[in-house]
Design a protein around this ligand. Structure first.
Ligand code: PLP
Length: 286
């Protein structure tokens, strides 16, 4: 499968970036991961809007107009098998320069785009739900920037892996921020809740999407701070991300999530949103 690097299509395994690239030396760059269903891009405008915001925060000029990005994606996607779900990975770094913290002017950004099979949930994971652990959010304060500097997220994910769990839910000053690579939602009293986007967390493309789906379904949806103490008593806990779509969380810190007959099982709000998400994939992929 091809990969695009600075204007050239080639094989991913052959692509090379100079060691003085600021992405390598400083993690000075941003990225996106865009779902592709049957060669069609899902919510690509939202991803390109967020890429623009991330680049602006780093004061890197967007290297392409929107149509040029879309042409580039289409040329890569044309090589894909029709049936497989894929993801476009794209990253832009500030470029190659002698090492120094200050931002050099007028660099040529390094642009890498390739496709890979989507790391979707397995049918068993959908059926049984995911297990999560909580941990202190010790990452930097600008989670809204989709930075390739992901060491904090890598360390956070490993907290879950070390305990045989799937994802780590991050807590800052007593409040939920997000997962190591996902947004987190809870259901309480019939309403779906997630923390409001701000500098502490990434505004997932699926945050707006789930609000739209809730509107269609007549499910109440509120963006408000979620205290750590609300997690163990939530009716349901869900994760969203490009690869997980909407995922049910059925164990939190080894305890089953939910109440009564549904304790430890994926709940009804998850089931409705999962179904609505599959419909949105068919209707909104271009
Ligand atoms: N939060 C973090 C830290 C992420 O890495 C991601 C990406 O998957 C998300 C949230 C969810 O964002 P999206 O729905 O755009 O995939």
């Amino acid at each position: 499968l091809p990969c695009y690097l600075n204007g050239h299509l080639g094989r991913l395994g052959d692509a090379r970036v100079p060691v003085m690239d600021r992405g390598f030396l400083f993690g000075d760059g941003v990225y996106e991961a865009i779902p592709v269903y049957g060669r069609r891009l899902f919510r690509v405008d939202d991803h390109l809007d967020r890429l623009g915001r991330s680049l602006k925060a780093l004061r890197i000029e967007d290297p392409y107009e929107r149509e040029a990005w879309l042409d580039l994606f289409r040329s890569l996607v044309a090589h894909l098998p029709e049936v497989e779900d894929q993801a476009i990975y794209l990253q832009v770094t500030r470029g190659v320069a002698p090492r120094g913290h200050a931002m050099p002017r007028d660099l040529e950004p390094t642009v890498l785009v390739y496709t890979q099979p989507m790391q979707a949930l397995t049918p068993e994971q959908r059926h049984q739900g995911l297990s999560c652990v909580t941990a202190r959010d010790f990452r930097w304060q600008r989670g809204d920037i989709k930075s390739i500097s992901l060491l904090g997220n890598v360390l956070a994910r490993q907290v879950a892996v070390d305990q045989g769990a799937d994802e780590t839910l991050l807590i800052r000053d007593g409040y939920l921020t997000e997962g190591s690579s996902s947004n987190v939602w809870i259901v309480r009293d019939g309403a779906l809740l997630t923390p409001p986007p701000g500098e502490a967390l990434l505004e997932g493309v699926r945050v707006r999407l789930l609000q739209e789906l809730c509107e269609e379904l007549g499910v109440a949806c509120n963006l408000r701070p979620i205290a750590e103490t609300e997690l163990p008593t939530a009716d349901e806990i869900l994760l969203t991300s490009a690869s997980k779509e909407v995922a049910p969380v059925t164990r939190l810190d080894r305890e089953p999530v939910g109440h009564g007959a549904l304790r430890g099982k994926p709940g009804p709000v998850y089931a409705k949103l999962h179904e609505a998400y599959q419909r949105a994939k068919r209707l909104q992929s271009l």
